[in-house]
Write a protein that binds this ligand. Structure first.
Ligand code: NAD
Ligand code: MLT
Length: 312
């Protein structure tokens, strides 16, 4: 029996070798499908592999008569309709560990970029402007980093921030005093954490409870001149409220890798000099992309050939 696997987002070629080298797997890689084309295409596939670009909607799942498994090469499964998948007996696996390090490193790069105005100064210099006064930054040492969501990536960011001699305080509903003590960090409620912090970085999934958790009310509680970082999911921060908070001077700078709607190219936030942005690059390293593709490929292969998934 041959199983058909559709790959609809760019995945590492080395990473998908477990599938390309398997005898009973036929792979179709098509990464430019419109939503309508995907609905037509998916009909006789046994498995679908995606990153965050493909929206695996109820409509897509209901058209996929042979679909058995959806593999998400990454962490967030918010681009997949999980209820619809469950109703249709389709299992969803992700690769939650493979990009933790890359996402944490990207977050630190963003924190350092906004604290020292590196992208803005680079842009000015490339435009032949030598302006040293305009780009005076702030040190990280002895500043407080508020981490909202202390899971895999949040914890790695906290550890790295301590290496920069920052004080770290975290809010996570599952954070215990014992874990905080072991990590050498403080903890508190969401309100306590955001009101103490000089830099705030969010690392939660996008859920009903976390959508717009950083909103106009939250900005009011923050210190004047706070810096905001989002390398988790667009939608955790209310973008309109962030815009107002930057324009009012409450927020000194924001570093954003993810957006409520992606691609994100024409938005008022991008017009603000205080905003540093990257196009969802947190997991975009050779290493992370290979690991997540290997992890989901192994799981998809195991499942299609009658074994159990590991979802590492
Ligand atoms: P994780 O599941 O390990 O951690 C998430 C943490 O958020 C958990 O500890 C959970 O308890 C906590 N949490 C849940 N609800 C919360 C709430 N209401 N308030 C505070 N904390 C809450 O996930 P992770 O692997 O650390 O990933 C974190 C986020 O980063 C996800 O949204 C993921 O999709 C995203 N991500 C983005 C990129 C990127 O390319 N930018 C790369 C990898 C992951
Ligand atoms: C993730 O949730 O893993 C990230 O969005 C990374 C990605 O797949 O681009």
């Amino acid at each position: 029996m041959t199983y058909k696997v559709l790959i609809s987002d760019p995945l590492s070629e080395d990473g998908i070798k477990p599938l390309t080298q398997a005898e009973n797997i036929e792979i179709v890689m098509q990464t430019d499908l419109t939503p309508e084309e995907l609905e037509e295409k998916i009909v006789d596939f046994d498995a679908l592999l995606v990153r965050s670009g493909t929206q695996v909607t109820r409509s897509v799942i209901s058209k996929a008569k042979n679909l058995k498994i959806i593999g998400r090469a990454g962490v967030g499964v918010d681009n997949i309709d999980l209820d619809a998948a469950t109703e249709h007996g389709v299992i969803v696996v992700n690769a939650p560990n493979g990009n933790t390090n890359s996402a944490a490193e990207h977050t630190m790069a963003m924190i350092m970029a906004i604290s020292r105005n590196i992208p803005q100064a680079y842009h000015a210099l490339k435009n032949h402007k030598w302006d040293r006064k305009k780009y005076v930054g702030v040190e990280l040492r002895d500043k407080t980093l508020g981490v909202v969501g202390l899971g895999r990536i949040g914890a790695e960011v906290a550890t790295r921030a301590k290496g920069q001699r920052m004080n770290v305080v975290a809010y996570d509903p599952f954070l215990t005093p014992e874990k905080a003590e072991k990590m050498g960090i403080g903890y508190g409620t969401f309100e306590e954490v955001i009101s103490q912090a000089d830099f705030i970085t969010v690392h939660t999934p996008l859920l009903k409870e976390t959508r717009h958790m950083v909103n106009a009310k939250a900005f009011q509680l923050m210190k004047n001149g706070v810096y905001i970082v989002n390398c988790a999911r667009g939608g955790i921060i209310d973008e309109d409220a962030l815009y107002d908070a930057i324009v009012s001077g409450k927020v000194a700078g924001a570093a954003l890798d993810v957006f409520e709607e992606e691609p994100f190219v024409d938005h008022k936030l991008l017009e603000l000099p205080e905003v540093v942005a990257t196009p969802h690059l947190g997991a975009s390293t050779i290493e992370a992309q290979e690991i997540v593709a290997v992890d989901v490929s192994h799981d998809v292969l195991r499942y299609l050939t009658g074994d159990t998934v590991k979802n590492p």
